[in-house]
Design a binder for this molecule. Structure first.
Ligand SMILES: NC(=O)c1ccc[n+]([C@@H]2O[C@H](COP(=O)([O-])OP(=O)(O)OC[C@H]3O[C@@H](n4cnc5c(N)ncnc54)[C@H](OP(=O)(O)O)[C@@H]3O)[C@@H](O)[C@H]2O)c1
Length: 333
């Protein structure tokens, strides 16, 4: 197996899950010296380290250690919820993915591309869900550079894969929580509660799942003879209010009850778009917090054994990990 994005939150858990199944892995990392300094790397077991990135595959794809790779997991991406300078993110997320299709073609391997639930599962109303047949949510999520890049990557990668005869499996998880987010990015919503940085609660929704459940489901894609072209890996959907209440309960941290209606948030987002005051969150973040995120799957439970552990368990373990590893950021109770 070859894993890109191995130094990230999901990559770390995927390597652990592959190791648990005795599946040997190679990782593509841009800074091998930093890789060996990560304190969690020993959890991944022995892996072959290939130096490089998705944007320049000619420099590394002929590494003899990759000759037997049967599955490429492409996780590397930039996740930035802003319209400010999106070019680097767009290039990595779109061109990088197209290069990985070419790599998979050259290696004769299956390509598992980890996209995002937001490419299809973003709605103006709660209780709507997108299954694997759903169209791309271009009208809503396509307004935001990160999701726009993931939508383009999905479409263009599918076209190229069909042309080159590559078996491409697109996997869409929602927000990932759980222990081990050493970049403190994916678990940012939980951290805000722990740090008492939540002045108001938007009315929109949240959909999250446990990073360990996603990693375990991904490993099944090394075994399935004939996987589908798309798998959703849903978790738990709620309003942001219910989500923050759950985090508050499991962490014994108080959160505000002040809710902001969507019309007010949309107005604030307009102000933020025109004058970008430093004290306001990025307008993309404000706009996203007025939307709802719904995802379901027609087949991931049956075919990938995708299970969703109780959401409170994920939150308890996320909080406990953040308190241990982000001690200056996450206030103790
Ligand atoms: N976390 C979530 O809530 C979530 C939800 C849905 C989908 N996803 C998708 O899941 C995948 C993994 O997410 P994650 O949360 O694990 O992300 P993460 O923790 O932010 O890690 C990002 C990974 O991408 C690599 N990367 C970033 N910029 C790069 C560049 N220019 N060249 C090469 N590699 C680069 C990073 O490597 P360096 O160490 O070198 O920076 C790191 O390994 C992404 O494709 C993301 O879109 C994530």
């Amino acid at each position: 197996m070859l894993v890109t994005g191995a130094t990230g939150f999901l990559g770390r858990h995927l390597l652990g899950a592959l190791r648990a199944r005795n599946v040997p892995a190679a990782v593509l990392v841009r800074r091998p010296d930093e890789w060996v300094r990560q304190d969690w790397v020993s959890e991944a077991g022995p892996v072959h380290v290939v130096e490089g990135g998705p944007l320049a595959p000619d420099a590394w794809m002929r590494d003899p250690a990759l000759a037997d790779v049967k599955t490429v997991f492409h996780l590397a991406a930039q996740v930035k919820h802003s319209r400010v300078a999106p070019e680097e993110m767009e290039t990595l997320n779109v061109e990088g993915t197209l290069h990985m299709v070419r790599v998979a073609s050259a290696l004769g391997a299956r390509l598992v591309y980890v996209s995002s639930s937001g490419t299809v599962g973003c709605f103006r109303f709660p209780d709507v869900v997108a299954d694997e047949h759903a169209p791309h949510a271009e009208a809503l999520a396509g307004r935001w550079p990160y999701y726009a890049s993931k939508i383009r990557a999905e479409k263009e990668a599918r076209r190229l894969a069909d042309k080159l005869g590559v078996e491409l499996v697109i996997v869409r998880p929602p927000v990932l929580l759980g222990p081990g987010d050493h970049r403190f990015r994916s678990t940012g919503h939980v951290l805000r509660v722990l740090e008492h940085r939540l002045p108001v609660v938007p009315r929109g929704g949240m959909h999250f799942t446990d990073v360990r459940d996603v990693a375990a489901s991904l490993t099944r894609l090394t075994e399935l003879e004939q996987p589908r072209s798309i798998y959703h890996l849903p978790g738990t959907a709620s309003t942001l209010g219910a989500f923050f209440r759950m985090v508050s309960e499991v962490s014994y941290t108080s959160v505000t009850e002040r809710q902001v209606p969507n019309w007010l948030l949309e107005g604030v987002a307009r102000v933020a778009r025109s004058s970008s005051p430093r004290w306001l969150p990025d307008p993309v973040v404000l706009e996203m917090s007025t939307c709802y995120w719904g995802l379901s799957s027609l087949w991931s439970e049956r075919e990938l054994g995708h299970t969703v552990r109780p959401p409170r368990q994920t939150l308890v373990e996320t909080v406990s990990w953040l308190r241990e590893h982000a001690p200056r950021k996450a206030a103790h109770r």
